[in-house]
Design a binder for this molecule. Structure first.
Ligand code: ZN
Length: 160
């Protein structure tokens, strides 16, 4: 079965920066899952997935625009400490998770106070060229529920 709109894709990946240093990879038994055609993954990677099938392996290099977008200079925000989901003392440069009205989001600490933290809300990978080494594990039709929700439902982590 080929990857097209409204099919659920699971895949393993290794994400590297422009210098070839590894940034992130999927867990050995935890392939990434997404619903194709609904911007569930970065646009350049989604485009490269179209038409592929289980077992395919490929590497795609993305510009910042095809990845997490450009870095914005005016992206400083002051956030109440109670919205911070990461535990422990915060250090400048640290990537933390914060709760927003759009769900959890990754931001970078600029300055941490007692009750508020100043953060850079650019995605940590914004403004960077990236490459994804991909292995497609499975492609299946989406359920009616997944299509209605516009995202994939994985084993054991349905989130509402
Ligand atoms: Zn759902």
């Amino acid at each position: 079965m080929n990857i097209e709109k409204d099919r659920v894709v699971s895949f393993h990946y290794v994400l590297r920066d422009a210098e070839g240093a590894e940034v992130e990879r999927s867990g050995p038994d935890e392939p990434m899952l997404y619903l194709h055609g609904h911007e569930g993954i970065v646009p350049g990677l989604e485009a490269a997935m179209s038409g592929r099938a289980a077992g395919d392996r490929f590497t795609v290099t993305l510009s910042a625009e095809e990845g997490y977008g450009p870095r914005h200079a005016d992206a400083l925000q002051r956030i109440p400490m109670k919205a911070v989901m990461t535990r422990g003392k915060l250090k400048p440069g640290q990537v933390i998770a914060v709760n927003t009205e759009h769900g959890p989001r990754q931001v970078t600490v600029v300055k941490a106070g007692k009750f508020v933290v100043d953060v850079d809300v650019n995605h940590p990978l914004a403004g960077r060229a990236l490459s994804f080494e991909v292995e497609i594990v499975d492609v299946r039709e989406a359920s009616a529920e997944e299509k209605a929700h516009r995202h994939a439902h994985g084993p054991g982590h349905h989130h509402h």
